[in-house]
Design a protein around this ligand. Structure first.
Ligand code: NAD
Length: 496
């Protein structure tokens, strides 16, 4: 067990070790800017070693029975349970999450997902075997693919690592994961726990380094059969080009609409909007970013959101009172501030926030909860992913307009509709082009149900048994049952 935040950056073949690169990656505490770890990144040889370890272990791991894999994955979940508090502390340290979020959501959600896939490993399904032609029996084999090269973002480091690794290994694949270089620590702890659980060496490998060097080497490696990527849409597009010819799974950016109809419970919608816009300081691909509110309730909604944002406490991550932590990096803070400045210049009005706080918070990467109105639907702040604690509110007049506005961005990851009318709710669920539509809520996820995008938000599913579609190949086995040398269909070649 390790609680040392300054871990070696690689875990290859079951063994932690240092990277051989000349560049160093740095992990900082986003609440203070202090460097907590600085390590050499993986070089091309390390990437090759990790892929080789995964490739070698695939031969045996892919032949284990589902029951054997399931037993080991349950042990892995149990190992994680024993270090849950340390995982939460380190997740808070590297990603800037209030401890309430990491200990109440990130860590238990991740462990539950490991346990879910431990059970699901024994439930790979396919079509039943049958005689679909009179002369043959057909059966389906669902087979693992091989070495999966997985690349994860920094916003939910542990959860994203689990979402990438677990369905893959439950289905009999082996994995090389590259976490985001600014938040690798809990992924390394996850791999460490896999070794303690008895998962064979080489099944789970972690390499750390920048996207442009370590990530790109992993994507291009000829023995990586599939690339599974979660991150931004622009990087996903680059990876899709670099991984041409490989199987690909892409979970990309989002710009979730939050549609409030005039019959909604407004108190619930206001609470829901603030929580769903500010969770993880807005660094959530499904965060509520664009609230469309029916004109008759618009002023009331804006006033309610502004008043509730005023109560949100920014502060030290370990303090029980802290509601919102910093952004993950100075770069992300500047990125968010830039969006808000350009929105102002475009004529939008900042009703709350819109600034970097000073005083005790100035050292960290904090940004105030921000509410924006009077933005144009076509403007950048409405169309593009900000990935910060920023909510834009716009009015609409009728249901058709609300759905059209909700669908009017390049993204399609998640959305919500707020109404007491069952017909409106079902119409919104059908008409909004997004991988998840919540009704009278926004954010909850659950291991049994899939997560994945439409449009520029990517394709494929994480979590749930649907994710096995991503990490398995379906093979048709067709067996002759006649034993006849001159088969009936040979007529097409041999004449009579
Ligand atoms: P990012 O795209 O900048 O980086 C993601 C990962 O890709 C990192 O590990 C990075 O090092 C790596 N990378 C960068 N360039 C690469 C390259 N050329 N080759 C290989 N790897 C490369 O994203 P981010 O800033 O870390 O994360 C935020 C983004 O992730 C947001 O857009 C968010 O919406 C998205 N996200 C999506 C989901 C989802 O499920 N759809 C979940 C979480 C985050």
């Amino acid at each position: 067990m390790t609680t040392d935040p300054d871990l070696p950056g690689l875990h290859i073949g079951g063994v932690p070790r240092e990277g051989g690169g000349t560049e160093h990656y740095e992990v900082r505490d986003p609440a203070t800017g202090r460097v907590v770890s600085s390590r050499p990144e993986a070089d091309v040889r390390d990437v090759d070693d990790a892929v080789r370890a995964a490739h070698t272990s695939f031969a045996d791991w892919s032949r284990t029975t589902p029951a054997e894999r399931s037993t080991l994955l349950f042990r892995w979940a149990a190992e994680l349970d024993t270090v849950a508090a340390e995982l939460a502390d380190i997740e808070t340290l590297q990603a800037g999450k209030p401890i309430r979020l990491s200990s109440g959501f990130d860590v238990p959600g991740s462990i539950d997902n490991v346990a879910f896939f431990a059970g699901a490993a024994r439930n790979l399904e396919g079509k039943s075997s049958a005689e679909y032609s009179p002369d043959h029996t057909s059966s389906i084999r669902r087979e693992p693919i091989g070495v999966i090269g997985s690349i994860a973002p920094w916003n939910y480091p542990l959860q994203m690592a689990v979402w990438k690794i677990l369905p893959a290994v439950a289905a009999g694949n082996t994995v090389v994961l590259k976490p985001a270089e600014i938040t690798p620590l809990t992924s390394l702890m996850l791999a460490d726990a896999a070794t303690r659980a008895g998962i064979p060496a080489g099944v789970v490998n972690v390499i750390t380094g920048s996207g442009a060097s370590t990530g790109a080497s992993l994507v291009r490696h000829p023995d990586v059969r599939m690339v599974s990527f979660t991150g931004s849409t622009p990087v996903g597009t680059q990876i899709a080009a670099a991984a041409a010819g490989k199987r690909l799974h892409l979970e990309l950016g989002g710009k979730a609409p939050f549609v409030v109809f005039d019959d909604a419970d407004l108190d619930a919608a206001i609470n829901g909007a603030v929580a769903a816009a500010l969770i993880n300081t807005g660094q959530d691909c499904t965060a509520a970013t664009r609230a469309y509110v029916q004109r008759s309730r618009y002023d009331e909604f804006v006033a309610g959101v502004a008043a509730l944002m005023d109560t949100v406490i920014l502060g030290a991550l370990g303090a029980p009172a802290t509601d919102q932590g910093p952004l993950v990096s100075r770069r992300q803070q500047q990125h968010v501030a830039g969006f808000v400045e350009r929105a102002r210049a475009d004529g939008a009005r900042v009703v709350r926030g819109g600034a970097i706080p000073g005083g005790e918070l100035a050292e960290g990467y904090y940004y105030e909860p921000t509410l924006i109105v009077d933005a144009d639907q076509r403007s950048e702040i409405v169309q593009q992913e900000v990935f910060g604690p920023v909510l834009v509110v716009l009015p609409f007049d009728d249901d058709a307009e609300a759905i059209a506005l909700a669908n009017d961005t390049p993204y399609g990851l998640a959305a919500s509709a707020w109404t007491r009318d069952v017909y409106r709710a079902q119409t919104a669920a059908r008409e909004i082009a997004a991988g998840c539509v919540w009704i009278n809520d926004h954010i909850p996820i659950i291991s049994e149900m899939p997560h994945g995008g439409y449009k520029a938000s990517g394709y494929g599913k994480d979590m749930s048994t649907y994710s096995f579609e991503e990490y398995t190949v379906v093979k048709h086995v067709m067996s002759d049952i006649t034993g006849i040398a001159r088969k009936d269909w040979h007529r097409t070649v041999f004449g009579r």
